[in-house]
Design a protein around this ligand. Structure first.
Ligand code: DAK
Length: 259
């Protein structure tokens, strides 16, 4: 546990880190302490070679109910600038290993943006999403307006952002924000099973696939296809490719070295 116990880091297995936002008295609202704790946990997971996938979660009531509204109250633009909140969002968006959100309860505002910034989102049927910033006279500032529009399309993004209305996990799944819809009690086990599956894959292939998709989405198609091709050639020169092909032909599981 770190940062006054607002973020708890668990190691369900050597290859999987579970990072839990823990500020239940405020529905896990992302104050400065929680943001710092998350940044620290991600930096440590990034450094640790044995970690192959990270799960972000909250508790039964909330993944996270947004940025801390109390901290916003008297914040002027220079105050907000000085807090360097973008460093937090960059640490999530730029995280190189697979990041899985396991969402139960509320994922609102910055909490929803956090889920949107992950690579895979598992949600319990009772989860509730939304970007209600408009009701506070502001707008999503953690990438939500761009990521929701890219994932769900302009109409869906504006439908929810302009009204601030919440939407249920089932709708989030229909709109493509949620990859896996589960019973609430299955959210974490499902996320863990996905993380373990990824962790058993050849690490270089996993890294290149994530890089190709995430960077490719920000690039024109020609440049994105060139990046994909380059990564493909790179992977063809790895020991893991040799092992993966040999394992298939010999009808046995692959033993990958990450080389
Ligand atoms: N901030 C602070 N405290 C919060 C909170 C929040 N976002 N959400 C809940 N809490 C606190 C409540 O004040 C309450 O505290 P006490 O009264 O017990 O002291 C406690 O958590 C329990 O909340 P409720 O009593 O309201 O519990 P309910 O189950 O009835 O309702 C709720 C849960 C999540 C539906 C409700 O609390 C709610 O609507 N919360 C606000 C949700 C919201 O509007 N979220 C968006 C916040 S704005 C930026 C990047 C991103 C952002 C900003 C800048 N930059 C890069 C600059 C993001 C902005 C936002 O997220």
């Amino acid at each position: 546990m770190n940062e006054a116990q607002s973020v708890i880091v668990e190691t369900p297995s050597e290859a999987v880190r579970l990072v839990r936002m823990y500020r239940p008295q405020a529905r896990n609202a992302l104050n400065l302490v929680v943001r710092r704790g998350l940044m620290q946990a991600l930096a440590e997971a990034s450094e640790a070679c044995e970690v192959r996938a990270v799960i972000l979660t909250g508790d039964d009531k909330a993944f996270a109910a947004g940025a801390d509204i109390g901290e916003m109250k008297d914040a002027s633009p220079p105050d907000i600038h000085a807090r360097r909140i973008e460093a937090f969002w960059e640490s999530v968006g730029g995280f190189q290993k697979p990041l899985i959100a396991a969402v139960n309860g509320y994922a609102l505002g910055a909490g929803c943006e956090l889920a949107l910034a992950c690579d895979i989102v598992v949600a319990g049927r009772g989860a509730c999403f939304g970007l209600p910033e408009v009701r506070l006279g502001i707008m999503p500032g953690g990438g939500g307006s761009q990521r929701l529009a890219r994932i769900a399309g302009k109409h869906v993004a504006l439908r929810y952002m302009l009204t601030g209305e919440r939407f249920e996990a089932e709708a989030a799944w229909r709109h493509g924000l949620v990859t896996d819809l589960t019973a609430d009690e299955e959210t974490l086990p499902t996320a863990l099973a996905i993380a373990e599956k990824i962790a058993a894959m050849p690490p270089l292939a996993v890294a290149k696939i994530k890089e190709s998709v995430v960077k490719g989405l920000n690039a024109p198609l020609d440049a994105a296809l060139a990046l994909e091709r380059q990564s493909y050639y790179f992977l063809n020169a790895t020991a893991d490719k040799e092992e993966g092909v040999a394992a298939f032909l010999e009808k046995r599981p692959g033993r990958f070295s990450g080389k």
